[in-house]
Ligand binder design. Structure first.
Ligand SMILES: Nc1ncnc2c1ncn2[C@@H]1O[C@H](COP(=O)(O)OP(=O)(O)O)[C@@H](O)[C@H]1O
Ligand SMILES: [Mg+2]
Length: 366
């Protein structure tokens, strides 16, 4: 198949790296010249709101997908005239707006942080009073890696938070979930309706940016894993979803509280490239191409997989690769503070190897 991808960053690159061996060809749309995926297919360099390029891009494509959720829905509508675009536009609409997204989860009967739409400073004060402190004020749209959100710890923070995110942006307030840990469930549904679910990932963030993901998340009861699968299944079915869907969760008092979803392959699942029988990237490609899904189980010799993001700079490559069971992925991006430039995956056969090597890696990376 000829597959189009909106966005040519590292996710597009890893999608193409898994799809090329299956015989697919790729074309990318990204306004930034020489993006990480560009070497793996043709890239057209138009702004995402420039629908004049639609027929040029869609020419001879069999299916189109995207690597980020802030693709304008108007672009997806225009492209859909030419060929199918997956995941479906409803999933894109909901995941672009934190309010619609949380309403979807509560409609489906799932727990989220308490939330409210905020349009005025007065409403913000009222809701902070209702929710209690601390809470978090977020922009409804366009936030990522912790950007577009402000913690409100004291009454005095209310004005600061309002001034930082205003004027003019639609906002949402959320109660703070004092979680034990953060988890994610990565699921996939194909055009045939087949579904598959990866074991839960355990994620740690610093400054709102994902740092590490461990899979399978330690000490997860079969019931909690099943609960996560059922959450994902309800969203997949409701949205008639096609492709990989990631849902970020908080574990709070042993229960799952949904944080947000991403209608795409997800950073917490990068370790599936070596750690699982079929990676999230290959399964996304299989799903949108209508092919049978691959197994989401850990690879045969792998007991635990840990993924470490490389943020801001690239550590000494020889030292990283000198550690047993370690794989390196660089995205071809120049280092810049806060920028994800690559990741390292550690696949361990046993607990001792995992602890020893992950502590060596942590010293090299952070
Ligand atoms: N309601 C909340 N309660 C507790 N922590 C939160 C809450 N919302 C966000 N966070 C923290 O901030 C991180 C980033 O927020 P998130 O809503 O996932 O936005 P982003 O789109 O930037 O990933 C989360 O992974 C979590 O660590
Ligand atoms: Mg998040």
């Amino acid at each position: 198949m000829k597959i189009g991808i909106l966005g040519a960053g590292q996710l597009g690159r890893m999608l193409a790296l898994s799809g090329i061996p299956l015989g697919h060809d790729f074309r990318f749309w990204d306004p930034v010249k020489d993006s990480p995926a560009s070497a793996l297919g043709g890239q057209i360099e138009y702004e995402f709101n420039d629908v004049s390029a639609v027929s040029d891009f869609a020419r001879e494509l069999d299916v189109i997908t995207y690597e980020f959720e802030n693709v304008p829905t108007a672009l997806v509508e225009a492209l859909s005239v030419h060929c199918p675009v997956y995941p479906p536009i409803e999933a894109l609409r909901d995941s672009q707006d934190r309010l619609l997204e949380k309403q979807l989860f509560t409609d489906l009967g799932h727990s989220t942080a308490r939330f409210a739409n905020i349009e005025t400073l007065h409403e913000l004060k009222v809701q902070v009073n209702e929710f209690g402190l601390p809470c978090i004020l977020k922009t409804r749209r366009m936030g990522y890696d912790g950007k577009g959100q402000v913690f409100i710890k004291t009454e005095a923070d209310i004005h600061m938070a309002w001034n930082m995110l205003q004027p003019g942006l639609p906002l949402i307030i959320e109660s703070f979930v004092a979680f034990e840990r953060e988890l994610s469930i990565i699921s996939v549904r194909s055009t045939t309706g087949e579904t598959a679910f990866y074991p839960l990932f355990q994620n740690t963030h610093k400054g709102g940016i994902l740092r590490t993901s461990i899979s399978p998340a330690p000490d997860i009861s079969p019931q909690l894993q099943q609960e996560a699968i059922e959450i994902a299944r309800t969203v997949l079915e409701r949205l008639n979803y096609v492709g990989v869907l990631a849902i970020e969760l908080f574990e709070h008092n042993g229960e799952l509280v949904i944080n947000e979803m991403a209608p795409r392959v997800h950073n917490s699942g990068h370790g599936t490239i070596e750690g699982n029988v079929c990676s999230q990237f290959e399964n996304h490609i299989r799903a949108i191409a209508g092919l049978p899904l691959g197994s989401t189980s850990p690879a045969s010799t792998v007991n635990t997989t840990a993924m470490f993001n490389l943020i801001g700079d690239i550590p000494n490559i020889a030292s990283i690769l000198g550690l047993p069971g370690v794989h390196l992925h660089l995205y071809g991006k120049s280092p810049r503070p806060g920028r994800k430039v690559g990741h390292v995956t550690l696949c361990s056969e046993n607990v001792t190897h995992f602890h020893d090597t992950s502590s060596s890696l942590s010293k090299l990376i952070h």
